[in-house]
Design a protein around this ligand. Sequence first.
Ligand SMILES: [Zn+2]
Ligand SMILES: [Zn+2]
Length: 195
Amino acid sequence: MPPSAWTRPDARRPEAPGDAGRVPDGAAGRTGGHAVPMPLTGSCDCRAVRFTCASHTPYPYMRCYCNACRKTAGGGGFAINIMARADSLEVTGRARMSAYGIVAERGAEGPARRSFCTDCGSYLWNFDPTWPDLLHPFASAIDTPLPVPPERSHIMLAYRAAWCAPEIREGDSAFSLYPDQSIEDWHRTRNLWLD
Ligand SMILES: [Zn+2]
Ligand SMILES: [Zn+2]
């Protein structure tokens, strides 16, 4: 999917954050009792690449069924991006990494790059220089236990493989193409943004 689906420019800064700072139950987002951006550690499967970052938006709620996610991360809608602060990223093993420019539905390679380990092939994160502050780690690359989302969004269903039956539960949202909220808005409107 094009990264614009994760960070819609028209909805990045909503007005009222509401009860911002709520920390998910059981999540590692506390320091001295204060809610903070959640520290995350991640790695590829062979551990040649390891990374840390901090996230205000750690809920892995958005399941993408687009062609790129099907090819690179499995066809069951488990290519789930969360969002972290790009300036918090620290990486060991960069020499074992490469990055791939995803090809969007229209056939043109966009500016976004998906980083992966060249040894084991694990996808690590997506980065789009259009949004230089934002890093989109794949939830599956994160080793820190992530909070369980109260509901899920299923996106790019128009592109799902015919054999894939999405597990859409009551309360979930389903979108043929792009979701109606950015990752930031989704967290803020549910008081799940960690600040
Ligand atoms: Zn996708
Ligand atoms: Zn690896």
